[in-house]
Write a protein that binds this ligand. Structure first.
Ligand SMILES: Nc1ncnc2c1ncn2[C@@H]1O[C@H](COP(=O)(O)OP(=O)(O)OP(=O)(O)O)[C@@H](O)[C@H]1O
Length: 240
């Protein structure tokens, strides 16, 4: 199957601390791929390598056949970072309009997409509110809307549902599943175990290593666990 995201032999250190070690990954088109691991395991650092915003000491990352970092290739990626990159003095509409221009969406299409993505995240009635008046959860939702705006082939979402209530979280996952049906490849980091269950495949990280990769069922079976949470605890080293 065509590999949409490929990471080969990646290693990286921040000063003395090695945070990624010997990472190999291949994610096929249309897969929902989850990255799990204790805080500090290296998940965010790894997604930054995929997005091409971190140049690593060793190894390579490829997105849709192009080696990262590549400015041009950013157009096929929708990235939602852990901390929101929003202009707080501007309204949601102005933020979306700005990113729509960055992604070179034509005015008519931009307007339609802005409405569609704000609908998905349940913010359609808050289009004209300045972002500094948004709650933390609303900012997360707006960041997700921006990542979806240009209908990217690859969505890379770093803890997208933190601070989002269960009902909206469900509707966001419904949207991710429907994007997957259209062929979008989705990479998501999460600490939420029921979200991990929704992924086609998971990678467990610990101390900068990818220590296990497989379907949720495979990871449960390999660890004799009934739940992904159980598997996570085994791989996280918190129990034998
Ligand atoms: N810019 C940086 N400079 C120095 N150290 C960094 C930098 N970014 C991350 N680190 C360190 O790299 C390690 C991995 O961090 P990373 O954010 O990738 O973990 P994570 O698995 O995403 O954690 P969390 O689940 O808490 O988000 C941590 O020890 C962190 O302190």
């Amino acid at each position: 199957m065509e590999s949409m995201v490929r990471v080969e032999n990646v290693a990286h250190a921040f000063g003395e601390e090695t945070v990624l070690k010997d990472i190999h990954l291949s994610i096929p088109k249309g897969e929902i791929f989850g990255l799990l691991g204790p805080s500090g395991a290296g998940k965010t650092t790894l997604v930054k390598v995929m997005v091409g915003i971190l140049e690593v000491d060793q190894g390579e990352a490829w997105v849709k056949g192009v080696q990262m970092p590549s400015l041009e290739q950013m157009k096929v990626i929708g990235y939602m970072a852990q901390s929101d990159a929003l202009y707080s003095e501007l309204s949601a509409r102005e933020n979306l309009d700005f990113f729509g221009a960055v992604y070179e969406l034509k005015p008519k299409e931009r307007k339609e997409r802005m409405k569609a993505v704000m609908d998905v995240v349940g913010l359609i009635d808050h289009m004209d509110k300045p972002v500094h008046k948004y709650s933390g959860g609303m900012k997360r939702r707006l960041s997700l809307a921006i990542a979806l705006l240009h209908e990217p082939d690859v969505l890379i979402l770093d803890e997208p549902t933190v601070g989002i209530d269960p009902m909206l979280r469900q509707s966001i996952w419904d949207e991710l599943k429907s994007l997957q049906k259209k062929g979008t490849t989705i990479i998501v980091t999460t600490h939420v175990m029921d979200e991990a269950e929704k992924c086609d495949r998971l990678a467990m990280m610990r101390d900068g290593y990818l220590i296990a990769t497989g379907t949720p069922q495979q990871l449960r079976e390999q660890t004799n666990s009934e739940t992904i949470e159980g598997a996570f605890l085994v791989y996280g080293g918190e129990r034998e």
